[in-house]
Design a protein around this ligand. Sequence first.
Ligand code: ASP
Ligand code: MG
Length: 410
Amino acid sequence: MALLVQKFGGTSVSSIGCIQAVAEKIAISRSEGHDVVVVVSAMSGETNRLMGLAHEISDQPSSREIDVLLSTGEQVTIALLSIALDEQNCPARSFTGAQVHIRTDSAHNKARIINIDAARVKKALKAGEVVVIAGFQGIDEDGNITTLGRGGSDTTAVAMAAALEADECHIFTDVDGVYTADPRIEPKARRLDVITYEEMLEMASLGSKVLQIRSVEFARKYNVQLRVLSTFKEGDGTLITAEDEGMEQALISGIAHNQDEAKLTIVGVPDQPGVAYRILGPIADANIEVDMIVQNVGVNNTTDFTFTVNRNDYKKALGILKNTASELDASDVTGDDRIVKISVIGIGMRSHAGIASKMFNALSEEGINIKMISTSEIKVSVVVDEKYLELGVRTLHSAFNLEDSVDLGG
Ligand code: ASP
Ligand code: MG
């Protein structure tokens, strides 16, 4: 018998029928003898609907009131699910974030969990009840309702699993696991049985939107065994866990892509100390995040400097860079917002050379020009023209034999 935390996202509880199906699933886990703590999101679309209501009244509604408003979405689901569980003869009790003492800081709309008092949950479990907790919400020191940022129910679930020392944290969603590439782009993509926290963090930050990134960071910190599964389809999903020394590591676990970036170049700036700072300082001051940075070798005492930002910040960054260009007497500013970053990710890469050259070779054979390159311990990323998204992902997926299952269990 295990202690399980099971989280159901918005699409899993999008109608009364879905909520009843979820209740049946939970009742099965109970009948197998497991203790179950459930975390739910708002019904799909509800958080956006509530947000829309606030924006009908004000362009800049108070962040405190937004939290009061948005947290109601999850409160509806915990009550409905608990009623559905009772109907299944599976005694259940719902709790808001405040009721189970999910203490956060006071950063409304993006609060961080500071502490959870698991005693109340443990008491209800002891009484034989399924505990149903509202995701995404907490309470600050002064008793204000806070929320954890969009997708925050994942983080509630993982934090709860950590606080309760649960055996596993199951994230039920509308996909049945983490794939070697986005299946909408590469139909041959394969579901992974296991992936490490590090790899998942790279996948998530590169645009595989299966889990809120913060929940994976949390899981890594507290070593929570995290499993992504489908609400609608049977299966074991993908286990996200720590690296296992004994495990034969696949060289590459997946190909991720990110279409949310744009690149900017300032051409012919003086090749001298302080220039990088003068270029990126004003960008940072405008709260624009920079991802990749490349500076060329200087010729004739000048150099070119290229970086990427989120596409939403492209125009703003271009304006700032044009200012900097005139201050630095640069010869030109160019930009491109029709790019895609494609990355090969794998923890096995640490101990193997040749990944990058294999990657570049595969892309060149398809005539795909690489515009930027960056590497880390467990990934190699390239920026290419957006029109090569599909071709690039599929080429790399097959170059690294990702469609060949190594799982002999079938
Ligand atoms: N309901 C919130 C959202 O839509 C939190 C969540 O779903 O995890 O972002
Ligand atoms: Mg969600």
